[in-house]
Design a protein around this ligand. Structure first.
Ligand SMILES: Cc1ncc(C[n+]2csc(CCOP(=O)(O)OP(=O)(O)O)c2C)c(N)n1
Ligand SMILES: [Mg+2]
Length: 399
């Protein structure tokens, strides 16, 4: 076996380069990863500018979380697996195939925003074509949705007739395609792991060996509350390590190659039906929690500088240069293309029409479903059944 000279300055992912491939990622995939991560950061920057001009009403960034987003997108399948992301997952969405223009439509609240037609807060991702579910602003609710989705996928795979659409059936979810090995990805921050839903989800996913891939994006803070104040013992991996049937990873989430290998192992484990997986990624939060927050009021400068040295975007840029995958001209060209695209997308999104006021109740109540109709009829179970000629009562029928 060939031995590799280890450079102690390189991370695990960087050290294990094989000829022509970096842990299974090609040079082109690494360039594409940089394009996605740089785009993600620049869409955040553009939205921040627009917020300061009062052209968008809220901004929350995916900055510092880009490497794990692109890694998860590479390890999973858009439009096949199911995605229950949270607001820091901008790079994941871009990696799956959402566009900066679509994101900017969400930021300005335009009618054509694919997440919610301009009705949700920005960065509350949803994308029907990519199998990305809509989400609540209440942190943590997405975790149980992912468990239910994973359970439904397995159920429909075992009982294919249950997924067949019946005439007049109001349950539109029956149009969903079931493959039998799909994964439900769900992400949440370190602070959200202290909520009850998270523990309920772990319990059921573990007990039923459900294919749920948990992405824990640990940036060390829940707004202004540090992780050691929020999480018992300060490390969520230690707390959950006793759950059976899980595949666990704890990684430096600022290195896209390390992150890709972890997500790939996790996805392989889930897809094989072995059970759920848990990727605990240590990331950074270089911008404040949101534009409603100023972290300089509670984070020391030294800590912010330490984080900046691990920033995944310049880190991947340096890696591409060092490996000779792109030279300075190539980087500049790529970045220029991205900047120009985002400028054009932002201009177009600002001109996009807003939703009509009359549409405010769309998707709150069904426009054509009458809950008093015969579709909802059931046979009451409480009526006492008639005695038979033998004097016995028949077994009660189920409602
Ligand atoms: C149930 C609920 N509680 C509180 C909030 C307010 N809130 C929004 S984000 C957030 C912090 C979440 O921290 P973490 O899970 O670490 O994610 P991060 O923002 O750091 O990525 C809080 C407390 C909320 N939206 N929902
Ligand atoms: Mg956090």
């Amino acid at each position: 076996m060939a031995t590799t000279k280890i450079d102690p300055k390189l991370s695990e992912g960087e050290q294990k380069k094989e000829s022509g491939s970096y842990q299974g990622l090609t040079r082109q995939q690494l360039i594409d990863a940089y394009r996605i991560m740089f785009t993600s950061r620049r869409v955040d920057d553009r939205e921040i500018l627009l917020k300061r001009q009062q052209k968008v009403f809220f901004q929350i960034s995916g900055a510092g979380h880009e490497a794990i987003g692109v890694a998860a997108a590479y390890a999973l399948k858009a439009g096949y697996d199911w995605f229950f992301p949270y607001y820091r997952d901008r790079a994941l969405l871009l990696g799956l195939g959402a566009t900066p223009y679509e994101m900017l439509l969400g930021a300005v609240g335009a009618a054509d925003d694919p997440s919610s037609g301009g009705r949700q807060m920005p960065s509350h991702w949803a994308h029907k074509r990519l199998n990305v579910f809509t989400q609540s602003s209440c942190t943590g609710t997405q975790v149980l949705h992912a468990v239910g989705c994973a359970e439904a996928g397995r159920y429909f795979a075992q009982h294919p007739n249950a997924a067949r659409k019946a005439e007049g059936d109001y349950r539109q979810f029956k149009d969903v395609q079931v493959h039998g090995d799909e994964i439900a990805y769900v992400s949440l921050g370190d602070g959200t792991t202290s909520e009850g839903e998270f523990w309920e989800a772990l319990n059921t996913a573990s007990n039923r060996r459900l294919p749920v891939l948990f992405s824990i994006q640990d940036n060390g803070y829940a707004i202004s509350v540090p992780v050691e104040v929020q999480t018992a013992g300060g490390n969520i991996s230690r707390l959950v390590s006793g759950f059976p049937n899980f595949h666990f990873e704890e990684i430096d989430g600022t290195d896209p190659i390390v992150a890709y290998t972890a997500f790939k192992r996790a996805a392989d484990y889930c897809r094989a039906g072995s059970g759920p997986a848990f990727v605990h990624a240590h990331v950074i939060r270089p911008y404040s929690h949101s534009l409603s927050d100023d972290e300089r009021l509670y984070r020391p400068e030294s800590e912010r500088e330490r984080d900046a040295a691990r920033d995944p975007v310049p880190r991947l840029q340096m890696f591409l240069l060092r490996e000779g995958i792109l030279d300075e001209t190539g980087i500049n060209q790529l970045e220029k293309e991205v900047e120009e695209q985002i400028q054009a997308d932002a201009d177009r999104a600002l001109d996009a029409p807003l939703p009509q006021p009359e549409s405010i109740y769309n998707f709150v109540y069904s426009p054509d479903l009458d809950p008093k109709s015969a579709a909802f009829d059931t046979h009451p179970a409480y009526a006492a059944p008639e005695a038979t000629s033998e004097g016995k009562r028949p077994a009660a029928s189920q409602a």
